[in-house]
Structures are given as structure tokens and as C-alpha cells.
Design a protein around this ligand. Structure first.
Ligand SMILES: Nc1ncnc2c1ncn2[C@@H]1O[C@H](COP(=O)(O)OP(=O)(O)OP(=O)(O)O)[C@@H](O)[C@H]1O
Ligand SMILES: [Mg+2]
Length: 365
């Protein structure tokens, strides 16, 4: 039985399609991220699941029970929002205990104290219980907000961008804590983020949205290596994907991709891509090796960016197209204005239908 199931769920705001016919299953114990750009329908999906938003159509089930018409308090969920606002006049312990104090019938004081203690221990905030929110750091406040959700022992946790208020370093540490917490609790988590690296590191699976439509749902590695379409391919990864417009060619039996700037060799199975329609080749910077010569394409460096261990070279090809390649600066460097050659790894080339963007071939078979 799925922990959560959406069947044909939709939501419109006047002419705006916030969510279009969503079908999605979340497995028991899964950490599922909802990922997509601003306005793509992530919070709408979470709000529908929480019961804060009414669906226009479709069915939502939690642990096999139809909750579509149930109010939020009957859904057995705990939600942590981006602005996790703690009660400033209550201590950490009182903040965490709050949902239990509000419960009817109210558990007795010893039971509440025991539960608060256990939750605080697992979050590493045991020593902070007597402090007030203003007396602890942002990351600690974040953990208190999580603790407040955890004491309720919900069927499913819903988290909407819970780390977005934290600075970059702290966010990465909280990611690790969240992952450990998930492993320890084994609970089902539905997590909203627009940060692709956060989704990639945390999730068992990622559901990618664009314009209210689910684009793909798959484990992170599959999303990265076998994106369902050009939107997904471009949205994940630290940098934008490189795209070239052209079509298939077979010269001397070996398949290649021909475009205005030259011919790129492909793996043999690419020959199976049917038809000779317009295609878009996609490849990430790390799959392109800049060399002095010997690559399939030539161009000149228009921008060289050293980013820690990587040197990113933006290269303008003969036809005017620009491509970004990643080099290891200890092995290869080039300056702006220099001519370089580019070798594209055929095992990491993706081909998309130029019109629909749907993937037709992945070099990683
Ligand atoms: N109450 C509302 N009234 C009208 N339009 C709304 C309302 N809530 C959301 N929308 C619209 O629905 C679409 C989806 O919004 P949603 O909040 O789900 O996006 P999101 O993916 O969470 O974006 P973000 O990353 O910016 O939080 C957007 O176009 C948004 O403007
Ligand atoms: Mg949102």
C-alpha cells in the first residue's frame, strides 16, 4: 500500500493551471522531493495533500484512505513550512510540546516531557530545551520546528522548503541531519524544494514539475543520467546543459549527429533512433573534454572561469554556437581567445526530439 496516492488531481486558479491531472504514488518510508521552478505547482501539490487547498478534481489517498474531502486535522500529517515561526514567548521544550498540549484528550505531563526529551535527543538539541528561540541559532530553530512536527508521530511529514532561510554551509549540514533523521525514523517524507542539488542529495525519488505538470518521477541518478525530456535535463545539474540543434547522420555505417558546427560521433545504438527529423543534442559540461586537438569540434575560448577544482571554458564553435566544457585545471588550461578542440563523450550524450523535447536516446544504455 502506498503512503500517499494522487489520482488525476487538478487545481486551477481562474485561467492558471496550478496542477494538471497529477498521478503520483509515494511509497511507505520514502523520501520524495517535489522539484521544479517557481510557480510549477510544488506548494499546490503539498497544500492539496495537507488539505489546506481543495482539489478541483481527482482523488488523494493517505495509507489507503480517501482523504480528498477530509479537513487537515483528520489527515494525520505534520507540516513544516519555510517560515517555521516558533512561538517566541515559549521555551524550546514548550514549542516542541505544543502539539501535544493541544491534543484532546491531553496526555499527562510526564508523558509529554518524555516524548519531548526523546525528540530533542534525536535532533541533537537536548541541551537547549530551557532556552527561548531568540537564544538559539537559525539551524537550531529549524530543528525545533522539525521536533514540533516529530512529536505528533504523523503518517507522513510534509516539508515545504524548510532549509531555505539558512546560509549555504548550514543548509548543507542540515541536509545531512535530515537524511540521518529520515534513516532513523523511517517515516515517509514529502519534501518541496526548488534547489536541484538539495533534491539530488536527499531523495529516494524526485518528482519534477513544470507549469503544473509532472515531468518525471525517478531516483536521482536516473533523473540525471536518463532525463525524460530536455526540460528535466536542463533543470538538474549545477550548470545548464549544452544543447545543439541538428539531426542524425550515418557516415561509413557509424552514427553521428550533424549540425552547422560539425559532426559529433554517437554510440552505435543511436542508429536506432527512428526517422530523420530535427533533433536536439544535450550534453553536460563535465562530459566534454577540452584538448589542444583531437576532439570532434573546434572553437575558441570566449570565457574561462576557474571555480575551485574545475575550469569551465565557454567555447564558441565555427557556426557561432556556444558550448561549456569542464577541464581539470591541473591537467589542462586555456585562456580567453585561444583555440581549443572538444571531445564529447558519446556515452553521455542525450538526444531529444527538437519539437517536443522528449528524450529519444541516452548514451548511457
Ligand atoms: N491562491 C492563489 N491564487 C491564484 N493563483 C495561485 C494561488 N496559489 C498559487 N497560485 C498559482 O499557481 C501556480 C502554482 O503555484 P505554487 O505555489 O504551487 O508554485 P511553487 O512551485 O510552489 O512555486 P515556488 O517555488 O515559487 O514556491 C503559480 O502560477 C501560482 O501563481
Ligand atoms: Mg512554493
Amino acid at each position: 500500500m502506498s503512503a500517499v496516492r494522487f489520482s488525476g488531481v487538478s487545481k486551477n486558479y481562474g485561467p492558471v493551471v496550478a496542477l494538471a491531472g497529477l498521478d503520483l504514488d509515494v511509497a511507505e518510508g520514502e523520501f520524495l522531493s517535489l522539484l521544479g521552478p517557481s510557480g510549477s505547482g510544488k506548494s499546490t501539490t503539498l497544500g492539496l495533500l495537507a488539505g489546506l487547498i481543495d482539489a478541483d478534481g481527482g482523488k488523494i489517498e493517505i495509507a489507503g484512505r480517501d482523504v480528498t474531502a477530509l479537513p487537515p486535522e483528520k489527515r494525520d500529517l505534520a507540516m513544516v513550512f519555510q517560515n517555521y515561526a516558533l512561538y517566541p514567548h515559549l521555551t524550546v521544550a514548550e514549542n516542541i510540546a505544543f502539539p501535544l498540549e493541544a491534543r484532546k484528550p491531553k496526555p499527562d505531563a510526564a508523558e509529554i516531557a518524555k516524548k519531548v526529551e526523546a525528540v530533542a535527543q534525536s535532533l541533537g538539541i537536548g541541551p537547549l530545551l530551557a532556552r527561548y528561540p531568540r537564544e538559539i541559532s537559525g539551524g537550531q530553530q529549524q530543528r525545533v520546528a522539525l521536533g514540533r512536527a516529530m512529536v505528533r508521530d504523523p503518517k507522513v511529514f510534509l516539508l515545504d522548503e524548510p532549509l531555505s532561510n539558512l546560509d549555504a554551509r548550514l543548509r548543507i549540514r542540515m541536509r545531512r541531519d535530515l537524511k540521518a533523521l529520515h534513516a532513523q525514523l523511517g517515516s515517509t517524507i514529502v519534501y518541496v524544494t526548488h534547489d536541484q542539488s538539495e533534491a539530488m542529495t536527499l531523495s529516494s525519488r524526485i518528482a519534477i514539475f513544470n507549469h503544473g505538470k509532472l515531468q518525471q518521477v525517478a531516483p536521482p541518478a536516473e533523473i540525471y543520467d536518463r532525463p525524460a525530456n530536455a526540460f528535466v535535463a536542463n533543470f538538474v545539474g549545477d550548470r545548464e546543459m549544452n544543447f545543439l540543434d541538428g539531426k542524425l547522420t550515418t557516415q561509413g555505417g557509424a552514427p553521428g549527429f550533424v549540425f552547422a558546427g560539425g559532426v559529433v560521433p554517437l554510440i552505435a545504438s543511436a542508429a536506432a533512433v527512428a526517422g530523420n527529423g530535427a533533433l536536439r543534442l544535450g550534453i553536460r559540461a563535465e562530459a566534454i573534454e577540452p584538448t589542444r586537438d583531437g576532439g570532434a569540434l573546434r572553437g575558441s575560448v570566449i570565457l574561462a572561469e576557474l571555480a575551485g577544482p574545475d575550469l569551465f571554458l565557454t567555447v564558441r564553435l565555427g557556426d557561432g554556437a556556444e558550448i561549456v566544457a569542464r577541464a581539470d585545471p591541473r591537467a589542462f588550461t586555456a585562456r580567453e581567445g585561444e583555440a581549443v578542440s572538444l571531445a564529447l563523450d558519446p556515452a553521455r550524450i542525450h538526444l531529444f526530439d527538437a519539437e517536443t523535447g522528449i528524450a529519444r536516446h541516452h548514451g548511457a544504455a
